[in-house]
Structures are given as C-alpha cells and as structure tokens.
Design a protein around this ligand. Sequence first.
Ligand code: CU
Length: 503
Amino acid sequence: MISRRGALGLAGAAGIATLTGCYTDGPGTGQALVSGARIPPPFKVPLPIPQVAKTVRRDDTTDYYEVVQKVAKVEILPGSKTTIWGYDGTFPGPTFRARAGRRVVVTVRNELPVPTSTHLHGGVTPPDSDGFPTDLVVPAGYPVHTKHAGMAMKPSDFTLHDRTRDYVYPMNQRAATLWYHDHRMDFSAPQVWRGLAGAFLIGDNDEDRLGLPSGDKDIPLLICDRSFDAHGEFHYPELDSTLTNPGVTEEYMSGVFGDVILVNGAPWPILEVANTRYRFRLINGSNARRYQLTGLPVTQIGSDGGLLAAPIRLESVTLAPGERYDVVVDFSEYPVGTELTWANALGTGPTGNVLRFRVARAEKDPSQVPAALAAVPVLRREDAVATRQFDFRLQGGKWTINGRPYEPAGSVAAPKLDSVELWRFTSDFHHPVHVHLAQFQVLGRTGRKPEASDGGWKDTVDIRPYGVVEVLVRFAGYKGRYMMHCHNLEHEDMAMMANFDVV
Ligand SMILES: [Cu+2]
C-alpha cells in the first residue's frame, strides 16, 4: 500500500497535473535518488560502442548465439569499479544485428544469483520465447517456488528452465530498432538497473537500398539514468538486496530517477564525429525517466516498429522509457571543430545534459536520406473490429490497469489474429504503455491529432497525466498469451501489467 508519505512523494513528482489542473511536462513519474559518489564532470569520457554479438554457428535458415548472464566489475565512473549484472558481463549487453527472414536462436545461460527472463522488446516472437515474467531461467539450486513473494503467485504460475534455455526469434518482421532487457516477475526494475539491457537491430534489403548512414556511422545509443553509492556501486532503493523479496522503499514506488545520465554505459560521454550524416538508434532504457533531447535537431527516419514512410525534421526528441527513435544527424551543417550537445530539457542540474559531439574531421559522405523511406500502411478508425479501454491508475495503493493489479492467470482481452482493434489508454500520471507482440499506430491524443513524433509503427506510447491516447493495434504474428504493461519499471514490478490472448 502507498501511505500518505508515498502519496506525497507522488505529488512531488515532476510532470504531474497540479491541483489547479495545469500540466507541466517533466521527467515523468518518480523520485530523484541522489548519488553518494562524486559525480564526474560531463563530456570527458568517450562514448562506448557496445560489441556486436557474434554467431557461434550459422546454417541455411538460422543464426545461433550464446549469451552468458553474469556478474562483472566495470569502470563507469572514472577511477572506480561498479558491479554490474550483464549479458556477457557487459553493460549494455552486446548489440545484436539480425536480418529479417533469418531466424535467430539465442542460448542464454544464467550465472547470476537470481532468476531471469529476457524479453526482446519490439519482437514479433512466439509466446514461449517472449520473455514472459514467470518464464524463468533459474540459477543452479535456486528455490524459486518458495522465494517469490510479490503479487499473489502460485508455483503453477511459473515455467522454470534450469540454468539455460534457447530463445527462438523467427525474425519475420521488418527492419527496426529493438532492444532486449530483463523481465523477471517483480524484479525487472532492479535487474535492468544492474545492467541487463542491450540493443537488437534488425536489418533488411529494403532498408539497405536506401543508402542510409551505415557501418560505424550507424550507432545505437542506449540512454539511462543511474545513481551510485559512495563506493561507486549502483545505488537502488530495493528493500532486499538479494532480490528475494520484491519492492522499493516507499518514496520510490512512483519510480526511480538516477542523477547520472549514461549513454551506452558511460556518464555524459562525448563522441568525435566526421562532418557527415550519422544514424543514431535512440533507446530510452531508463526505469522511469523521460528525456527531451534538445540542442541538435534530427531527421527522424524510424520509430519503435521500423522506418517511417518519409523522414521528418524534429527540433527535439522526447523519449519515454522503452521508446526508440531512429534518427539521422547531418554534421555537415557544422564546421569542423564545432561542439554540439544534446541537452535534456526535462532534466535539471546534471540530468539536464546527455551527450556531446565534436565534429573532428572532414570526410566524404556517400550516405543519403531519401524523401520516401518505406511503405507504411495507414490504419484507419474503421479498420478496428473492437474498441477497448485500459485505464492506468494508482488505485487502492496499487498500480493497476482497469482497477486491477496483475493476475498471472487472468486475461483482459482476446483479439483475433490478424485483426485490428482500437485501444484507448487513459491514465492518472505518466505511464509509458508497452504492448508485447502487436504493433500499433497512434490515432489521437486527448481529442487531438497525434504529435509529430507519434508517427509510424509503435509498441510503446507515452500516456501523459490525465491523458487519453487512442491507438490502432494490429495483432499479427502468433496466437497465444502476451502482455501489456507500464514501462515505468517500478510500476511494472508493482503489478501494472495485464495479459491478453491472441486467438
Ligand atoms: Cu506507469
């Protein structure tokens, strides 16, 4: 239950509607967690580029990978070591580069002290590989049945894999910027915070023909906030550091905001660039924090679900947790020697900065951004065969959907495979709503047209305080049980999830 003190914390969260009803934008719903460590100065550390995952085997149809989830010590704050939980011991994890039409099989081995579930966010994935929160890879000897104490769970609600399992991704989907992260029941927030996240990019022939920036000029940028204790370790307000019993201290039930902004695991890094176009895959991997990147205009070419029909110029990019924006920046607009900074208009003090670029050299640029990018069918209201409303709300001290906390055996909808439905999301605070499997198009926001940056196929959409967002969801791919949830990971862990069944 959220007590009066917790509720006051919510009222103090930036970006919520005030008592007079006016709405100011802000970092979202959450509470700032102040680091005990000395925070480094910005723009000193070079931007790390995560390793690209290497196949262990390939055959006619399939690329095979092996990933080990393990504890590692890495340098995040200059001069000190931070313990992380990482895919292959890195944070972010390796970047996967898959091809549409080529199946991917990832064998995950869990050497962490806790169970895990890995969700490919944006993947059109069969249910048994979707990273359901109760579908766990359990470390050797872990007594999972007795240790789960979160939402009302029975042992029969869980599927358990002993130490290792294969995730099978058919990749029958178009080129897109996906990411993968932990999805363990009750503990996604602390486990992602410890480092379990990485980029997963799908390419295809249609995209290759466009001549977009590629190779070392196509860079994933996983943006997240963290706090550090006085020893330089990650600081998170969990009640139980062994992650046996779930929950955070009361004032952080609305979400945790770190005060150090990391891009690809480095604090406020700097990237030296040529005076050419670059493609950046922006991924908000934060637990609760929203960003509005300003100071460097972009050309948006893609959204969560792949390329837009046509590029659009955006003066700033707003990213809610879980959202991706595929953008091109043309540094030829700036003389060599220029420094450009992505500030965060929704942050204050140190969280008001994100990333700096220095235009360091002149190069020929073979890339282009064509005026037409991809064929994107536009869904219309009359395509919807059903309308459903889902209200995301704090009720009775719990984060609920339509008044109910998550019920592992329950289901709130049964859309038909290959149908389109109109889903109306309503909310009290900021809730970034993520639908598994199905992609959607934003139809409108609180009686108005979608915003410029709402275009294309999406799987995550930011619902603002007292906002209404209507989306047209296309249920394509597979039958079976999937889920939707709030991607504020503290809300998700505290039961703001619901199952649906594609039939
Ligand atoms: Cu939420």
